[in-house]
Ligand binder design. Structure first.
Ligand code: SF4
Length: 294
């Protein structure tokens, strides 16, 4: 729970506040941009909610926060925020909320497939919070859990235990925590997990990083690729590159072989291009930008 004595001084007065345990993961600013702002290495409440919808979004940020750094005074009923997740992004793709501190607040996504026999897909692991598990159960449970890389596996075992889902990760990112996953992919070539799901190895951030392409439309990019609000284009994170920067650039170039409209990352902003061709141009721009600075 957030601590009132640790309330950051730059919060505006009022019900909501952020305390000093904030790790600056950006989740609250993206979930409730009307309320939370970026400070120096942390978020703070820049404006108290001005409408019921702003307040609901602030409560969603409170439950999504990986470090329980958001509080209210007096203590509020957070159930409207809890009920907000998973929150729809587009068609049958949702953001799960309930981010995990061990993943530094990385975002996890739910794909609800129309073909019930194919089953739902969870991309990376949120916190295994009871309300989220119940919400996933109500939506048909999980058949597949795709783990983009070793950093964002969080509570994967709890999801396997509850839903019996097949966990998938690249063999080069298997650690002691994931050695019992049901499926390991290998090598550098894309692997079809199903007719609508393609795992694409993208080494760079980590040796075994991989992204997931769904229906040639949605690319779940983990820590490989994201949109930057500040720069106004797609970026990779050089200051969080644990394996190989040249490999990161090569992995980005290999994505030019694929068609997609959406980039849905673990960290950073998601991005939707007007068309696959427009996304390709953005990706080429990103590759060129990174090569200039290599
Ligand atoms: S969600 Fe929590 S940890 Fe992340 S920036 Fe907001 S207050 Fe900080």
């Amino acid at each position: 729970m957030a601590s009132l004595p640790a309330r950051l001084p730059d919060n505006v007065p009022g019900e909501f506040f952020v305390d000093s345990t904030c790790i600056d993961c950006d989740t609250c600013r993206r979930v409730a941009p009307a309320v939370f702002e970026q400070g120096d290495g942390h978020s703070f409440v820049g404006a108290q909610p001005g409408s019921p919808e702003d307040r609901r979004r602030a409560l969603m940020a409170l439950v999504a926060c990986p470090t329980s750094s958001i509080g209210t005074t007096p203590k509020a009923d957070a159930s409207p925020g809890v009920r907000g997740f998973p929150v729809l992004i587009h068609e049958n793709v949702s953001f799960c909320g309930f981010t995990a501190e061990s993943s530094f607040g990385a975002w996890s996504y739910l794909i609800e497939r129309a073909d019930v026999s194919a089953g739902n897909v969870l991309v990376d692991s949120p916190r295994a919070a009871g309300p989220l598990l119940s919400a996933l159960e109500a939506r048909g449970g999980l058949a597949t859990m795709f783990l983009t890389h070793r950093d964002d596996v969080a509570d994967h075992a709890a999801f396997r235990k509850r839903f019996g889902c097949e966990r998938v990760i690249h063999e080069d990112d298997v650690t002691a925590s994931t050695r019992e996953v049901e499926r390991r992919i290998a090598g550098r070539e894309p692997v079809a997990l199903a007719g609508d799901l393609l795992a694409i190895p993208t080494p760079g951030h980590t040796r075994g990083h991989a992204v997931l392409l769904y229906r040639d439309r949605y690319l779940f990019t983990g820590d490989h690729l994201a949109w930057s609000r500040r720069r106004g284009h797609l970026v990779a994170f050089r200051d969080a590159n644990w394996y190989s920067w040249p490999e990161t650039i090569r992995s980005m170039e290999r994505l030019l072989d694929h068609s997609f409209e959406w980039v849905l990352p673990g960290h950073g902003e998601r991005y939707r291009a007007e068309s696959p061709e427009a996304m390709r141009r953005e990706l080429e721009r990103c590759v060129g930008w990174r090569k200039e600075r290599a």
